[in-house]
Design a protein around this ligand. Structure first.
Ligand code: ZN
Length: 306
């Protein structure tokens, strides 16, 4: 239990979506807010990937006007009446106000380059992307939609781990999400995760790393415990690139490191490869004649966002 509480320490990050004032924090070259917005918050000089908020991530990946939300009516509660320095409901209200989101996971039905997909996006800006009961339940509902409509499941992870304010209930979401992901596998549907900086703790140790294909953004850190915690426990200095996408690729933990600016194209190729010519929405393994997958997946209007 204490282990999960400590993992939350990795929240010493700039606020998600925060842009440098005038210079890139990695290469120090001049970098305006406008330049950064045009390149999906990737430095055009050195390729450093700044955090990307969930609404922008949806805009990056989902086709315009194709997004409908799943489980949006679910809202976090305070079953343990948890109080650390402040009451949990106060922290929730603040996170909701700051991000415009209702929880750390946004679950959607959308299309990616015309392919119907069940897409989940986490937002690190919402309480460190921590996984509470609503994140687990939204993930479960997302999976059910994927299975019922025979769509691939794609999840963008970004999380400090379990949400300590929900205690054991939060840890149970690890088992719940992994069991849900198994339903996608049993239905013979592809499951792809995209790990972004940082993906750690209970999310790294559950649904983020049980996918058929695990992609990651360059320079992202992904590991179970935070570097400081490991160093304190083992009393050894870790190499500076420990837990990075590039290191995890070398060790076989992930399959591909993909630049955010190419992510939609690469993801589309992966979806086509894994669907093997099947059309999403064709329950019973029907084969498609239209490789674009048609518009059959009950897509309705509505803008990506909030
Ligand atoms: Zn730079």
């Amino acid at each position: 239990m204490a282990r999960y509480v400590t993992v939350q320490v990795t929240r010493k990050e700039p606020p998600a979506g925060a842009a440098p004032a005038e210079h890139c924090k990695k290469c120090q070259l001049p970098l305006s807010k406008e330049e950064l917005e045009q390149s999906w918050h990737v430095c055009p000089h050195c390729g450093y990937h700044y955090p990307l908020r969930a609404p922008l991530r949806l805009k990056l990946l989902a086709d315009s006007g194709s997004v409908t939300f799943i489980g949006e009516e679910l809202r976090p509660t305070d079953p343990l009446e948890f109080f650390d320095l402040r009451p949990y409901p106060e922290r929730l209200a603040e996170a909701q106000l700051e991000t415009g989101l209702t929880e750390a996971l946004v679950a959607t039905r959308c299309s990616i380059s015309g392919r119907p997909v069940a897409l989940g996006v986490m937002d690190f800006g919402f309480m460190g992307g921590s996984m509470g009961s609503v994140v687990g339940e939204r993930f479960h509902r997302l999976v059910r939609v994927a299975v019922e409509e025979a769509m691939p499941l794609v999840v963008v992870a970004s999380s400090g781990g379990a949400r300590m304010q929900e205690g054991l209930l939060s840890l149970m979401q690890m088992a719940k999400t992994v069991a849900a992901a198994e339903m996608v596998s049993e239905a013979g549907l592809p499951y792809i995760t995209i790990l972004t900086h940082p993906t750690t703790g209970g999310v790294f140790a559950s649904f983020a790393t049980v996918a058929d294909l695990i992609l990651a953004e360059p320079g992202a850190v992904m590991q179970f415990a935070g570097t400081r915690v490991i160093e304190q426990t083992t009393r050894e200095k870790l190499p500076p690139d420990f837990g990075s996408s590039e290191k995890q690729l070398v060790h076989g933990q992930i399959d591909l490191v993909v630049d955010r600016r190419e992510l939609k194209t690469r993801l589309t190729h992966c979806l086509d490869l894994l669907m093997g010519g099947r059309r999403a929405g064709a329950v019973g393994g029907g084969r498609a004649t239209d490789p674009a997958g048609g518009e059959a997946a009950n897509l309705s209007g509505g803008e990506a966002g909030g």
